[in-house]
Design a protein around this ligand. Structure first.
Ligand SMILES: *Cc1c(COP(=O)(O)O)cnc(C)c1O
Length: 333
């Protein structure tokens, strides 16, 4: 079957590296662990949103838009990468950020400012509830705004992770992975990986670690991902139906909720840094790695498995979370 070609614009550096984490494997007494370094996608300190934006913003350009608008948390990696991509593509960028302006701009927020994005603080509306209003205001002001969905998770965003599976397949010279573990939050990464698995006939389990216990979305998260898989399949002309019963979404590690950093995230960040020299982030990859470590320690992933951790980025927010991290009080020798 010939799949429909969808245009993209180049924003990042691909392929991202595939590396082995042998010291972390040894420490855990576990399986071989590899990491797909999408923290190194290249655009403004990297992350998984760069892949999605290559497709989404190609569509914005095709439609002749001059402004983009998107939403997220104050430390949104998605907003930071959108701001950088908009700068490169000569688009005005409006960001709707949850909460209030903090006294000091740090981490991703600092970078949003450096990229000259226009920031709208939206209080308790953290998932873009105010987008329609600001979209209308921009239109009334004579702009041609383009709406980039929350987390870049629409069909175009998901398509980018089909490419990512092809990229991984080209790179992996070893045995097939048994599990791919990653942080799942707005569903685009998860949906795209599921389609890539189907298209390239892969056998790995796609283990999404849910990082948010908030159910403030139009649909339950598993249904939302399944729906995105199916609508994206339709978009590319793939005859495939996915049901939420096939989905692996592990919600055991959401702790006290989105962005609340606990001892598990701290341990995962510390071990990955100390053993591998690699930075995880407190909100997404720190939580997902804590999940992987627990799955290994509890025997749910065994020594004979062959694991890939998909690093989706996020380290810029470390600076904004310094008070919640166990490293703020450095050891003094
Ligand atoms: C957005 C994001 C995710 C989640 O990806 P989704 O496609 O939204 O599920 C994971 N990790 C980081 C660092 C992110 O910024």
């Amino acid at each position: 079957m010939k799949l429909k070609h969808i245009e993209k614009t180049s924003l990042g550096f691909f392929p991202t590296p595939l590396v082995e984490l042998s010291r972390l494997s040894d420490f855990l007494g576990g399986p071989k662990i590899f990491m797909k370094r999408d923290d190194l996608t290249g655009l403004a300190l990297g992350g998984n949103k760069t892949r999605k934006l290559e497709y989404i913003l190609a569509d914005a350009l095709k439609q002749g838009c001059d402004t983009v608008i998107t939403a997220g948390a104050a430390q949104s990696n998605h907003c930071r990468q959108t701001a950088a991509a908009a700068a490169k593509l000569n688009l005005e960028c409006h960001l709707l950020l949850g909460g209030e302006a903090p006294p000091e701009a740090q981490g991703n927020l600092l970078l949003d400012h450096i990229f000259d994005s226009k920031i709208h603080w939206t209080g308790s509306n953290r998932k873009g509830e105010d987008i329609a209003r600001i979209f209308a205001e921009l239109k009334a002001a004579g702009k041609k705004p383009y709406l980039v969905p929350y987390g870049g998770s629409n069909k175009l965003g998901a398509v980018s992770f089909i490419d990512a599976v092809a990229e991984l397949q080209q790179q992996n010279k070893g045995p097939e992975f048994s599990h791919i573990v990653f942080a799942s939050s707005s569903g685009g990464t998860h949906a795209g990986l599921i389609l890539g698995k189907q298209i390239y006939k892969k056998t790995f389990d796609l283990v999404g670690i849910n990082i948010d216990k908030d159910t403030n979305t139009s649909l339950p998260f598993d249904q939302l991902i399944a729906q995105l898989v199916n609508s994206t399949a339709k978009l590319i002309g793939l005859d495939y139906t996915f049901s939420k019963n096939q989905l692996i979404l592990n919600s055991d590690y959401v702790g006290d909720g989105y962005g609340i950093v606990g001892p598990q995230e701290n341990e995962a960040i510390a071990l990955t840094a100390k053993l591998e020299g690699i930075l995880l982030d407190p909100v997404y990859t720190g939580r997902a790695m804590a999940g992987l470590m627990h799955l290994i320690r509890s025997g749910k992933i065994s020594k004979n498995d062959h694991v890939l951790f998909w690093h989706t980025g996020g380290a810029p927010s470390l600076f904004a979370y310094s008070d919640d991290l166990a490293f703020s009080q450095a050891d003094v020798c």
